[in-house]
Structure formats: structure tokens, C-alpha cells
Design a protein around this ligand. Structure first.
Ligand code: S3P
Length: 425
């Protein structure tokens, strides 16, 4: 894909469903008894990987492109997959599903693409092993392929060294099957979609400060789930609207769960013109329509407990910071190094190649905004968020920005380029 400078973005769009909520709907719907209907499911490669894994374990799941219907077989209804479970590029599928597989009465093998096979799995292998699981890395490098031999589990109180919803959710899912109570304490609160969805499927969850506790479940009840629009996908348009001259964009039905809304706080702190309408919390997660207009921005410090609330948005926030007056410092974000790519290096190297004043640090980056960007070639290395971030940067740079491997956007947002084109006229 190639991008050149534009002078305006205008219009309204409805971004697709939340990736995190969509994955969880497949998993809990499969473990529930009876029918779960999912509205607004994200039709992307990552979420389809979750769907196909559970189909391979004997769950009848139909999808008409609009509604996903899951015929749940209960907590003990999964069957051994006749094939290796293929998670593609999806860390969420890998880590959450491992928590479920650890407690089944069969053995599973999980693998995925070149990016997933480099991502750290020790962070789930350690707590699951403490619960009595038998989980090993086939190549003994703490990455996929993983072999999980189902075992009887027992509850633990786990102090997670990282604020990670994938780690927390993996342990909580295993906790559904474990004898006794299971609790996870995080350094900062990570996204709470699992806890919210447990509650709606009839599993009591206790939350106290940064600690979440579950007891073994008897039964999950099939549900209707309405998936909100993904704020992590909306983020590209939020930033595009702020930095592109003469722009006004309204994004409809965006999920604004307070454990995910860090980008909104940052945009406000930087002086962005962002307004909300149609705020609703009628079904499931809270949503709003968000309107953004071209703004004069100033740099800010982003650190501490806000980091998990915007971890996936940091690549596009780095682009935003290039268009702000003054310095933006991003700290406490070493987790960026173990995402679909090393997102500190990818953002720093490629934005620097575009002419930005940006320096990598151990746990983030420092950006002195205000330099004019010019086009370059970016190899996005199987990272969808890098592809989308540099598309927006390219629309606000001199010359041509070429993105290699941009089809990886299909993992989270297959219609991204079409949606972008729809507001370029
Ligand atoms: C996710 C949690 C986050 C996030 C990922 C989705 C989830 O990962 O980066 O895109 O759905 O639980 P970590 O838990 O590794 O921070």
C-alpha cells in the first residue's frame, strides 16, 4: 500500500467489533450451556482463529457474516482436536485458550505464524504449572508450539509480574475448573472484559483493588452478547482526525470501557478536540459516538497505571506525538517489545526514517514533535498496528510512504483501507 499527503478527512464511520470481546465471546459461548448469540462479532483473522479452534474441538458455531451462533456444550463438552490448533497471529487466542485446555481431559497442540512463535509464553506457563497444569514448549524456547496435557487443577493466588489481561484471563479461565479459589493480582489493572463477561454468563467474580478472584464454576449460561466497536481500531481515525488539516470525523458506537480508554485521556491532555454523544451502557460494555476535529496539540508524559489502558494504541500515539508541540515521553511500556513485533523499535526506527525526532528508551520512547515527516518504506513485519499507524503517518507526510506486508491488517481490521478511503473524499 502507498500513501501520500491529504488535506482533509471528513465524514462518519462505524468501526468493527472489539477484538478482545469477540475472542472471549467464542470461548465463553463454547463453555456455556445452550445458545450464545454474538452480535457485532469482529470478522477478522484473529477472531476467526479462535472460532476455528473451538470448532475443531467439536463446538458447533455458525456465522452468517452478521450473527455468530454458538451451540455451547458446557464446561466439559470440548473434545480433543484432530488437528493442531492454529492460532495464526493471535496472542489472545493462544494465551486464553491455554487456560481452558490445561483443564481438559485430553491433550492439545497449539501453534501459529512466525510472529506468534516468537512471543513469550512463559508468562502463562508459570502460573498454569503452579495450578498443576502440564504445559510445555515443544522447542523448549517458552514459545509456541505448546503441548498441553489436560490435568486436574487447583486454585492459586498469583502475583503477576506484568499487567496483562491475557495472563489474567488465562488464569481465570483455568480457575473455572480448579479446586478452590483462584486469584490474580496485577501491578496495574488491565482490561476487564473477561471479568465482565464471566459475570454475564453467571460466574461470580470478586474484584478488590488490583486483585480478581473466581471460584470453580458449575455452569455457564448461554447469552446474547453485543460487541462494541473496538476503541483500538477507532484510535487510528481519532489520531487521523486530530493531525490532518481541515478534518472532522465521527466514529459511531465505540467501546469506552474505562480499562481501555487511555487514549481518550491522552488526547484530552494533549489538547485535542474530542467530543462524545450517544453515550450508552444499555447492553454489555459502554459505548459512545466520538467526534474529532483537527487540533493544535502539545506533548505530554504517558506513564504508570494508564499504560495497560492504551497499550495497543501506543504506536499510533507515537505518530500523534510527532504532530504535537514539545516533548512526549512514554514510560513503563516495556511490554511493547513483546507484542506482534517489538513496537518500540518498529516505531522509533521507522518514524526516525520519516524525519521524526524520536529516541527509544528501555521502557518506551521520547518524541520531540513538530518536525515535518517525509515518506519512507515501512516493512510492518506481521504487525497490523504498525501497518495502520504508518498509513496515518503517510497521509500526513511529504512524498510517498510505502507499507510492505500491509495485508496483516486482516488480523484485526480487514476493512481498514476501505473505511479510510470513505472519509478521504
Ligand atoms: C488483549 C490484551 C493485551 C492486548 C491484546 C489483547 C486481550 O495484551 O495487547 O491486543 O484481549 O486480553 P496483554 O495482555 O499481553 O497486555
Amino acid at each position: 500500500m502507498k500513501f501520500t499527503r491529504i488535506n482533509k478527512l471528513n465524514g462518519e464511520l462505524c468501526i468493527p467489533g472489539d477484538k478482545s470481546v469477540s475472542h472471549r465471546s467464542i470461548m465463553l459461548g463454547s463453555l456455556a450451556e445452550g445458545i450464545t448469540e454474538v452480535h457485532g462479532f469482529l470478522n477478522s483473522a484473529d477472531c476467526m482463529a479462535s472460532m476455528n479452534c473451538f470448532r475443531n474441538m467439536g463446538i458447533d458455531i455458525s456465522y452468517d457474516g452478521n450473527i455468530v451462533t454458538i451451540n455451547g456444550k458446557g464446561l466439559h463438552g470440548l473434545k480433543e482436536s484432530p488437528v493442531t490448533l492454529d492460532v495464526g497471529n493471535s496472542g489472545t487466542t493462544t494465551r486464553l485458550m491455554s487456560g481452558i485446555l490445561a483443564a481438559q481431559d485430553f491433550t492439545s497442540r497449539i501453534t501459529g505464524d512466525a510472529s506468534i512463535c516468537k512471543r513469550p509464553m512463559k508468562r502463562i506457563m508459570t502460573p498454569l504449572s503452579l495450578m498443576g497444569a502440564d504445559i510445555t514448549s515443544e522447542l523448549e524456547n517458552d514459545c509456541t508450539p505448546l503441548i498441553i496435557k489436560g490435568k486436574k487443577l487447583h486454585g492459586i493466588s498469583y502475583n503477576s509480574p506484568v499487567a496483562s489481561a491475557q495472563v489474567k484471563s488465562c488464569i481465570l479461565l483455568a480457575g473455572l475448573y480448579a479446586a478452590g479459589e483462584t486469584s490474580v493480582t496485577e501491578p496495574y489493572i488491565s482490561r476487564n472484559h473477561t471479568e465482565l463477561m464471566f459475570d454475564s454468563f453467571g460466574v461470580p467474580v470478586q474484584v478488590s483493588g488490583n486483585t480478581v478472584t473466581v471460584k470453580p464454576a458449575d455452569k455457564l449460561y448461554g447469552q446474547k452478547i453485543v460487541v462494541p466497536g473496538d476503541i483500538s481500531s477507532a484510535a487510528y481515525f481519532i489520531v487521523a482526525g486530530l493531525i490532518t488539516p481541515n478534518s472532522s470525523i465521527t466514529i459511531k458506537n465505540v467501546g469506552i470501557n474505562p480499562t481501555r480508554d487511555g487514549i481518550i485521556e491522552v488526547v484530552k491532555k494533549m489538547g485535542g478536540n474530542i467530543t462524545f454523544s450517544n453515550i450508552s451502557s444499555d447492553v454489555g460494555e459502554p459505548t459512545a459516538d466520538i467526534t474529532i476535529r483537527t487540533s493544535s496539540l502539545k506533548g505530554c508524559v504517558i506513564e504508570g497505571e494508564i499504560i495497560p489502558k492504551l497499550i495497543d494504541e501506543i504506536p499510533i500515539i507515537a505518530v500523534l506525538a510527532c504532530f504535537a508541540e514539545g516533548t512526549t515521553i512514554i514510560k513503563d511500556a516495556a511490554e511493547l517489545k513483546v507484542k506482534e513485533s517489538n513496537r518500540i523499535d518498529m516505531m522509533v526506527d521507522n518514524l526516525a526514517a520519516m524525519g521524526a525526532d524520536i529516541t527509544a528508551t528501555d521502557d518506551g520512547m521520547i518524541i520531540n514533535g513538530g518536525k515535518t515527516l517525509h515518506g519512507t518504506t515501512v516493512d510492518c513485519k506481521l504487525d497490523h498496528r504498525i501497518a495502520m499507524s504508518f498509513s496515518i503517518a503517510g497521509l500526513n507526510a511529504d512524498g510517498e510512504t510505502k507499507i510492505i506486508g500491509s495485508e496483516i491488517i486482516n488480523t484485526s481490521y480487514p476493512g481498514f483501507f476501505d473505511d479510510l478511503a470513505s472519509i478521504m473524499n
